[in-house]
Ligand binder design. Structure first.
Ligand code: FES
Length: 320
C-alpha cells in the first residue's frame, strides 16, 4: 500500500501570542486506511509538540475529537484522511460556534450549559416506585433508540446555522437530549418538558437547514428528533406559541386554500391580538417596502399547490 503526501493546513492559535488565528502547513505521508485523528496525532508526536487537540477513545464513542475538516464538523477518529484530500490538501479547524482556547481546542462551556435548560435526567413518578427496576418494552425503547445514541461531540452545535446568529437557541444536541426524556415511557414530566422546549428559542426556532443531521456521526439525527418534538407538542394541543401558530397559518393558507398569503402568515404567527408582537413586525415590513421586497398584498397561487394540499389532506386523514 503506497502512502501519499498530503498537506495539512491546521488552524493555530496561542492566546498568549496571537491576537487571531492563523494556519500552519504540515506534510505527512498518509497511508490508505489512516484516520484524520491518526494524522493529527502524528503531526503532534513527530513534527510539532506544541499543537493542541482533544481526543480520547479513538473509536467514535467518547465524542471528544470533533473538528472541522474542509469547513464541516466531523469526528476525526471516524474519518478516513484520503477521503478528504482536495488538491493535495486537508484543512483542519476547531469546531464552530464555540471560542477556540488554543489551536483545535475550544471552550465547550456554552455547549454544556445548554443542556441545563432541559434537565437531562429521568424524572419518574415518585409515587409509583417499582420494587425493582422500571421496565420498558422494546416498542417503548424504540421511541428513544435514536436519541440515546448521542455522544455529545458537538458536531451539530458547531455547524448549526441558527446558533451562528442566535446564541440563545437551545441547539440541536440539547433538543435531541430533551427528546430522549420527552419520549421516555418512564418519565413523568412529559408535558412540562414539551412546554419548555416549545418556548421561544426552542424547537420552533430550527430553520430545517439539516446541517445538524448531516454532521451527526451517530443515529441521533437531531433534525428528525426536533420534528418529532414539534409533532408531539401540536398533538398535545400546545398551539399557543409563535411556531405552532406559524404552522397553523401555513396550513390554513397553503394547505386548505392552495394560496400563499405572505402577509397573513406572519400576523397569524405573532397572534391577531398581540399588539406588541404586531408592532414589532412593522420595522421589518417598512424595510421590505422601502427595498421593494414586500410580498404581494393579494394571496397568490403556488406552483404544484394541488400536490401540497394533497400532502396536508393525507396527513389529516392519518391523524384521524
Ligand atoms: Fe473518542 Fe473520536 S476520539 S470519539
Amino acid at each position: 500500500m503506497t502512502a501519499t503526501n498530503v498537506t495539512f493546513k491546521v488552524f493555530r492559535f496561542d492566546p498568549e501570542k496571537d491576537t487571531e488565528g492563523r494556519y500552519q502547513d504540515y506534510t505527512l505521508a498518509v497511508a490508505p486506511g489512516e484516520t484524520i485523528l491518526n494524522c493529527v496525532n502524528r503531526i503532534k508526536w513527530e513534527q510539532d509538540q506544541t499543537l493542541a487537540h482533544r481526543f480520547s477513545c479513538g473509536s467514535a464513542i467518547c465524542g471528544s475529537c470533533a473538528m472541522k475538516i474542509n469547513g464541516h464538523a466531523t469526528l476525526v477518529c471516524k474519518t478516513q484522511a484520503m477521503d478528504k484530500v482536495k488538491d493535495g490538501v486537508i484543512r483542519i479547524d476547531p469546531i464552530g460556534n464555540l471560542k477556540p482556547l488554543r489551536d483545535l481546542v475550544v471552550d465547550l462551556t456554552p455547549f454544556w450549559k445548554s443542556f441545563e435548560k432541559v434537565e437531562p435526567w429521568l424524572a419518574p413518578d415518585a409515587h409509583s416506585a417499582p420494587e425493582k427496576e422500571r421496565l420498558q418494552t422494546p416498542e417503548q425503547f424504540a421511541k428513544i433508540d435514536n436519541s440515546t445514541t448521542c455522544i455529545m461531540c458537538a458536531a451539530c452545535f458547531s455547524d448549526c446555522n441558527v446558533l451562528e446568529v442566535d446564541k440563545r437557541y437551545y441547539g440541536p444536541a440539547t433538543l435531541a437530549k430533551a427528546h430522549r426524556f420527552i419520549f421516555d415511557s418512564r418519565d413523568a414530566r412529559t408535558e412540562a418538558r414539551l412546554r419548555k422546549v416549545t418556548e421561544e428559542t426552542g424547537v420552533w426556532d430550527c430553520t430545517h437547514c439539516g446541517e445538524c443531521s448531516t454532521r451527526c456521526p451517530t443515529e441521533t439525527k437531531p433534525l428528525a428528533r426536533i420534528n418529532e418534538i414539534r409533532q408531539a407538542a401540536m398533538k398535545a394541543g400546545m398551539h399557543d406559541t409563535s411556531g405552532a401558530r406559524h404552522v397553523l397559518g401555513f396550513r390554513e393558507t397553503v394547505g386548505k386554500r392552495g394560496l400563499l398569503d405572505e402577509n397573513y402568515v406572519p400576523i397569524r404567527s405573532v397572534g391577531f391580538f398581540n399588539l406588541a408582537g404586531l408592532l414589532s413586525l412593522a420595522p421589518v415590513g417598512l424595510r421590505m417596502l422601502a427595498r421593494g421586497k414586500n410580498p404581494p398584498f393579494i394571496p397568490h397561487s403556488i406552483e404544484k399547490a394541488g400536490e401540497v394540499r394533497a400532502i396536508f389532506a393525507k396527513r389529516e386523514e392519518l391523524n384521524k
